[in-house]
Ligand binder design. Structure first.
Ligand SMILES: Nc1ncnc2c1ncn2[C@@H]1O[C@H](COP(=O)(O)OP(=O)(O)O)[C@@H](O)[C@H]1O
Ligand SMILES: [Mg+2]
Length: 200
């Protein structure tokens, strides 16, 4: 299969490419279409998700499986190799647990009484950024972490899902550039651009 990756995407290893479940897919456009159909089904499935399931490792895996399980054999399984983005693969579970515990602590505390309290959008944007920065899976991390952040906003914070620039972020273009720039600023601890982006 011919793959050309947009900027900020994780290239797949030959082993990961072997996990493709649909042998007729021969190019990036066809792959995108299959993945998009699978993701639309997953979005329907999220209607049934209960708020108290979301902040767990098993849910993060399940969500990825629902989004990519028709297309990739390794859907829902954490990565077992290092990528240019992401923590060492052996640290994925520990880093994810720290993130989920932190979010839970913030949700449980009355926000006004916590010294380091954050606005809901700030929390959602940081959660998204840390999730893609840990980079749980061989691929699909951006799409998975966007839907995960939307579920946090909608089901745990009683808010609205994010709009993510209003365009398809998987395609190269102005919107994706703004998104990747905002994530790079967030890498340095400056979340302002990302917080603005998610509601644009
Ligand atoms: N500098 C960065 N810091 C944090 N996350 C990044 C950075 N660059 C890219 N990303 C994230 O990584 C994603 C690409 O990972 P990938 O697994 O290919 O996801 P997808 O296949 O859904 O696009 C981007 O969509 C973005 O969310
Ligand atoms: Mg990708």
């Amino acid at each position: 299969m011919k793959m050309n990756y947009p900027e900020g995407a994780s290239p797949l290893s030959p082993d990961e490419l072997k996990g493709l479940l649909i042998p007729t897919i021969s190019n990036r456009d066809e792959l995108d279409r299959w993945e998009q159909d699978n993701i639309l089904k997953a979005i329907d499935w999220t209607d049934k998700v209960e708020p108290d399931e979301i902040l767990s490792e098993s849910f993060m895996k399940r969500l990825h499986k629902e989004m990519f399980g028709d297309v990739w054999g390794w859907a829902g399984e954490f990565r077992r190799s290092n990528k240019n983005i992401g923590v060492d693969w052996k640290d994925i579970s520990v880093e994810l647990k720290k993130l989920l515990d932190d979010v839970r602590r913030r949700l449980e505390n009355d926000s006004s009484s916590v010294a380091d309290s954050l606005s809901p959008d700030d929390m959602g944007a940081r959660f998204h950024h840390r999730l893609v920065q840990i980079h749980l899976f061989p691929n699909g991390n951006g799409r998975h972490a966007r839907l995960a952040a939307d579920l946090l906003m909608e089901k745990l914070m009683g808010g609205r899902r994010f709009s993510w620039g209003g365009k398809n972020l998987s395609d190269e273009g102005e919107c994706r550039s703004r998104y990747i720039d905002a994530l790079r600023k967030a890498d340095t601890g400056d979340y302002a651009a990302l917080i603005e982006f998610v509601r644009s």
